[in-house]
Every structure is written in structure tokens, then in C-alpha cells.
Design a binder for this molecule. Structure first.
Ligand SMILES: [Zn+2]
Ligand SMILES: [Zn+2]
Length: 231
């Protein structure tokens, strides 16, 4: 089964000071109004990314809003099941699927938002994409030789990716990856973005740096779905 990204060209997402950012993409930070509260916790969901849909590189120009928020919660049962919501034209969201229930906070004094930053996107080279693809298909021990260490370290230094095929925490991905179906049209939802646990807060969003949140997007129904993987 091939990996289906929304856009074939992948981009590493790098954090830069807000005034140096591209388009109006924002990494983390507090949500804008109207705030989407977690249906379990009744407080704002964590915004991983505000995607500016006018950026023609990212394949979301048909979205009903200028901004597409990538949202998740770590303070309740949401991480136990795919979490899906539809983007509404007035910038709100409608929850379609989520695990119901409270849970203990991941750590004490969990923030309502993580510090924001601007974003620059760096296009992956064909070679980088091919190495990631190989890493997702095969055990590293089978093919990684010392001459590749430098190139792979450069790839692994990137914790966030939009489009293309991201380096996945669970491999080989064909065994580990569960395709997400859009809860509205039941089509497979293409991959949009992935985030390892690293941000401007040293505690991160889950307290475990091997945790990765993966977002998929149905461009027909404007539905976002998120789930996480850990190794
Ligand atoms: Zn919650
Ligand atoms: Zn759909």
C-alpha cells in the first residue's frame, strides 16, 4: 500500500522568530477566536499549527477558511482514539469523532498553549525523501552504513514535516500505520503533517520526545484527523 500524502513535495517545518515567518503560518501559540475547546476538558485544545491556507505549496487553498488549525489534546482520553473535526466556514470546528472521558494531566501545570513562533518551510530534496522512505520501509540495521550517518542526522534533526512522506516513529510503516478514513466520506485521508514532541517548552506536549502526532486531512470534506504514535 503506497503512502498517500496530500502534497507530494514534503517540507521540513522550522521555527523562526515571528517576524521572519512565511505567510501567516504559526507554530503552536494560543488559538485565535473562536476558540475550539476540547469537548472533554472544556478548555482550549492545543494548537500545534496554524496553517495559512493561502500558501499554494500546501494544497489546502480550497479550504473554507484562511486558517486551518491543527488541534489535539493531551489532558483527557483524546489520545486513545483518532480525533476528527471538520473546519467550519466561520473558523470554528465541529467535532466528528473522539474518545470521551477525562484523564490525569501528563504533567503538573500543563499549559493552555505552547509558546508561538513563526515558520519557515524547507523543501526536502529527492534524496532526503528517498532516505526517509527507505527508513520507513526497512529496519535501519539492514541498510544504514556509516557513510550515511551525516545525511541521516540532518534529516533526524527535523522534528516536523508537512507533505511528502514523514519519518515515522513506528516502522516498518506498512505494519505500524493505520490508514485513517474520513468519518464523512469514508475515503482514506491523505497525510498532512507530523510533529515529534519538541517545541519551545522544554517539557514538550507529552513529556516523551519519541511521541509523534500525525495529522491527516480530507480536502473534499475539510476534515482533519489526528492520532499519535510512540515507539
Ligand atoms: Zn481534552
Ligand atoms: Zn471526506
Amino acid at each position: 500500500m503506497p503512502f498517500h500524502p496530500l502534497i507530494d513535495q514534503g517540507y521540513f517545518v522550522t521555527s523562526v522568530p515571528e517576524h521572519e515567518g512565511e505567510f501567516r503560518h504559526v507554530f503552536y501559540g494560543a488559538q485565535q477566536v473562536p476558540v475550539a475547546d476540547c469537548p472533554n476538558c472544556e478548555k482550549p485544545l492545543i494548537r500545534y499549527f496554524q496553517l495559512d491556507t493561502t500558501d499554494p505549496r500546501l494544497g489546502c487553498t480550497d479550504a473554507p477558511t484562511e486558517f486551518l488549525p491543527l488541534l489535539y489534546c493531551w489532558s483527557c482520553k483524546i489520545p486513545t482514539f483518532p480525533f476528527s473535526y471538520r473546519i467550519l466556514p466561520a473558523c470554528g470546528v465541529e467535532f466528528l469523532m473522539y474518545a470521551v472521558g477525562k484523564a490525569k494531566a501528563i504533567y503538573e501545570n500543563y499549559p493552555e498553549a505552547f509558546p508561538p513562533s513563526g515558520v519557515k518551510l524547507i523543501a526536502l530534496t529527492e534524496r532526503q525523501q528517498a532516505l526517509i522512505h527507505r527508513g520507513n520501509k526497512e529496519e535501519y540495521d539492514d541498510w544504514v552504513t556509516p557513510d550515511l550517518y551525516g545525511e541521516l542526522d540532518e534529516i533526524f534533526a527535523n522534528d516536523y514535516q508537512i507533505g511528502g512522506e514523514p519519518q515515522l516513529t513506528q516502522t516498518p510503516w506498512e505494519r505500524a500505520w493505520r490508514a485513517t478514513l474520513c468519518p464523512l466520506c469514508l475515503d482514506e485521508m491523505p497525510f498532512l503533517a507530523s510533529f515529534y514532541d519538541a517545541n519551545l517548552d522544554p517539557r514538550g506536549f507529552s513529556g516523551e520526545d519519541t511521541v509523534q502526532v500525525v495529522f491527516t486531512y480530507c480536502p473534499k470534506c475539510h476534515v482533519v484527523s489526528a492520532q499519535h504514535q510512540c515507539d
